[in-house]
Design a protein around this ligand. Structure first.
Ligand code: CP
Length: 316
């Protein structure tokens, strides 16, 4: 297995099965620290730098919480407009990264431009973690999601994973790549204008991800093990920020999970959603035994603990 120490985490394309398993194992080892709300000193010599050029609640704060749980330090920005990268100077990623690499030991970047963290990694002498790049990928979210499936259901193998929502979305790309390493089926369900791009499907074919495309949740709900959701009504992920509009669409029933829909689901199926949600996942589902998105959010801290400890070389 390739070492994680010093490694950039930019994509799940090319991630190997044993690397997923290794991170799941480290997450299991570190999980009691989060569960018992303890802070330890594993990363007391290390500093995380966050560079968020797009809004985030979970991804930035889960990385920061993970760093605090492991005794590390945090610096960075969550509003690029208040930096030289976002004002008059429009400082380049290259110049920005040449500064940030002096301020810490690992850089977590979210950006509205696909490939921006990859560009940062070219210039950084410290590991770069992609926290979401445009429509590109969201590797740490999907590592969290697969870890949640593994810990809730015992294995990712053998599962029918129904991926509902906007398939241009970065999580959908990362999970498609990741599932090439598991004996699981990806079922794709999205409005036509949010269909996966042909280039992405060609990549899935090449990588050996098993997938099929359906048109309505009713076609697959009875066989789903995991219902994996993204919004249908959502902002443009290639923009740095989009305010909520006065008028926006509603999610058609084909792509909506409700209490009624879940009556047709297997008893042991689970619903995951990386959040935030709109009306594709109604709050009435929160009370059902299937809901695992709060556990998924908690696992977001645990998985980032595993990732930070790994790329910083303190857990091998
Ligand atoms: N799931 C996710 O990426 O959430 P944030 O946009 O709040 O980070």
């Amino acid at each position: 297995m390739r070492s994680f120490a010093g490694r950039d985490i930019l994509s799940l394309k090319g991630f190997e099965r044993n690397e997923f398993e290794h991170l799941f194992q480290i997450a299991d080892e570190l999980e009691p620290i989060a569960r018992e709300r303890r802070n330890v000193d594993l990363l007391s010599e290390k500093t995380l730098v966050t560079a968020f050029y797009q809004p985030s609640t979970r991804t930035r704060l889960a990385h920061e919480a993970a760093m605090h749980r492991l005794g590390g330090h945090v610096t960075g920005f969550s509003d690029a407009k208040m930096t030289r990268a976002g004002d008059f100077y429009q400082e380049s990623i290259k110049d920005t990264v040449h500064m940030l690499e002096y301020y810490g030991d690992v850089l977590v970047m979210r950006h509205f431009q696909q490939g921006a963290p990859h560009e940062a990694a070219k210039w950084a002498s410290i590991p770069v973690i992609n926290a979401g790049d445009g429509w590109g990928e969201h590797p740490t979210q999907v590592l969290t999601d697969l870890y949640t499936i593994q810990s809730e259901m015992g294995s990712v193998d053998g599962k029918t994973i129904v991926c509902i929502g906007d398939h241009r979305m970065r999580t959908m790309h990362s999970i498609g790549y990741a599932l090439s390493q598991f004996d699981a089926e990806m079922v794709i369900l999205s409005p036509e204008e949010m269909s996966p791009l042909p280039e992405f499907l060609a990549e899935l074919d090449e990588m050996g991800t098993s997938y099929r495309i359906v048109e309505h949740i009713d076609q697959v709900i009875a066989e789903a093990d995991v219902i994996y959701m993204e919004p249908v009504v959502q902002p443009d992920y290639t923009a740095s920020r989009q305010e909520k509009q006065d008028e926006y669409g509603l999610t058609p029933a084909n792509y909506q999970i409700t209490r009624e829909v879940m009556k047709k689901a297997k008893g042991d199926s689970i619903v995951l959603h990386s959040l935030p949600r709109m009306d594709e996942l109604l709050p009435e589902v929160d009370q059902l035994k299937h809901a695992r998105y709060w556990q998924e959010a908690y696992n977001g801290v645990v998985m980032r603990m595993a990732l930070l400890a790994s790329v910083l070389g303190v857990m091998e």
